[in-house]
Write a protein that binds this ligand. Structure first.
Ligand code: PEP
Ligand code: MN
Length: 381
């Protein structure tokens, strides 16, 4: 059960103390408090875990300090959508809003190789009105003999160049808790010129100890990529690991599934799950067409498969696109075969815009039919 307390309730107040004392005295119930400091107000949520069937919603609602009480389903307690639960589904980071209604493109280098290519990438983004990017410094690789990323060494110039070109958020994978400290140190050392969204890759998304550590920090939002060989439910539970530790600023990423059924693409594109994740949870949803498709092949009409896959995700309501670009794909140290070139960036962005407009048109169409039929706006399972 979830109790939403009156906004700005003071944890030192008598009302709060009495409420917590009362809740802690409930038999076989564990109490977990989550505070969210917003720009305008602070929100306190109390999760009651255990035998809550015996507790009445009415009793909970009438307790001083409680604004609302919601019976949450067992699934995805923190991130899920529950009946009567109208909490917001967006977060702000670095002045950028991430929600189920926004769209941001994170075009950038799969792996940072040298300052020249980072600068060429950042400049192209800025010339095309972009404020987000992806930059890999820590690369989990299949072979131990492959390039693993420049790690902490490249962070200062990546952050400084991001600041120089007005990039506000960099998606960057971390594979170990020490990487969070290194990112933090480099950001502070360079005067915080930009922000970082910590990415947990498909290979680490069930590394529960890493999830707990990343979930415990609240400085950085998280992009959690779906596990490529597990069910959607299992991947959503991994997201819940982050949230249950306190960090709710999570974007859920679809990146294709590993199966030879997807061949000749690198992974089987799973972007039909965009609306499913939005229905089951309140997380914004990212699609990664580069790691899904894996190659620069194109259809007979001359549209790259990566652009087709992107459009499929965006037209279904994706909120973020993570996509590999490189000034010289042939020289990229990681995933060159799937990288788009800087010359293709304006084409790519215009194509995304077309898909987004089609999505908005589809929403208006659905709204028109819904109002004719008098159906509710959201069908929650
Ligand atoms: C990446 O985005 O660079 C990456 C390695 O992705 P994934 O974890 O989805 O393979
Ligand atoms: Mn890659």
């Amino acid at each position: 059960m979830l109790l939403i307390l009156t906004p700005n309730i003071d944890p030192e107040s008598e009302v709060y103390r009495q409420l917590l004392a009362h809740l802690s005295s409930l038999q076989n119930i564990q109490v977990r408090v989550h505070r969210e400091e917003g720009v305008e107000q602070s929100l306190t949520e109390v999760y009651l875990i255990g035998n809550t069937a015996a507790i009445s919603l009415h009793d909970m609602r009438s307790l001083p300090g409680v604004e609302r009480a919601v019976r949450v389903s067992e699934e995805y307690r923190v991130l899920g959508r529950h009946k009567g639960d109208d909490r917001d589904s967006h977060f702000d980071y670095q002045g950028v809003r991430f929600g189920q209604d926004t769209l941001h493109v994170f075009a950038g280098l799969c792996a940072v190789d040298n300052p020249t290519n980072v600068e060429l990438m950042m400049r192209a983004l800025s010339e095309n009105g972009q404020i987000c990017t992806r930059m890999g410094a820590y690369k989990p690789r299949t072979s131990p003999y492959s390039f693993q990323g420049h790690g902490r060494k490249c962070l200062p110039y990546v952050f400084e160049l991001a600041g120089k070109y007005g990039i506000k958020v960099i998606a960057m994978e971390v594979t170990h808790e020490s990487h969070i400290d290194e990112v933090q140190e480099a950001l502070h050392g360079t005067g915080n010129p930009t922000g970082v969204m910590l990415q947990i890759g498909t290979r680490n998304m069930q590394n529960f100890e890493l999830l707990k550590i990343v979930g415990r920090q609240q400085e950085f939002p998280v992009l959690l990529k779906r596990g490529f060989g597990i069910t959607l439910d299992e991947s959503l539970h991994a997201a819940e690991y982050l949230a249950s530790e306190g960090n709710r600023k999570i974007v859920f990423g679809l990146r294709g599934m590993k199966t030879n059924i997807g061949e000749p693409h690198r992974n089987f594109v799973d972007f039909a799950h965009v609306p499913v994740v939005k229905r089951l949870t309140r997380m914004p949803v990212c699609v990664d067409p580069s790691h899904s498709v894996g190659f620069r092949t194109s259809g007979p009409e001359g549209i790259l498969d990566v652009m087709h896959a992107t459009a499929q995700g965006v037209i279904a309501g994706a909120n973020m696109v993570l996509v590999d670009f490189h000034p010289l794909p042939a020289q990229a140290l990681v995933d060159g075969p799937q990288a788009l070139t800087l010359e293709e960036l304006p084409h790519f962005l215009e194509d995304v815009q077309i898909a987004r407009e089609a999505y908005e048109k589809r929403m208006r169409l659905a709204e028109r039919y819904r109002s004719q039929e008098g159906e509710p706006a959201l069908i929650v399972s």
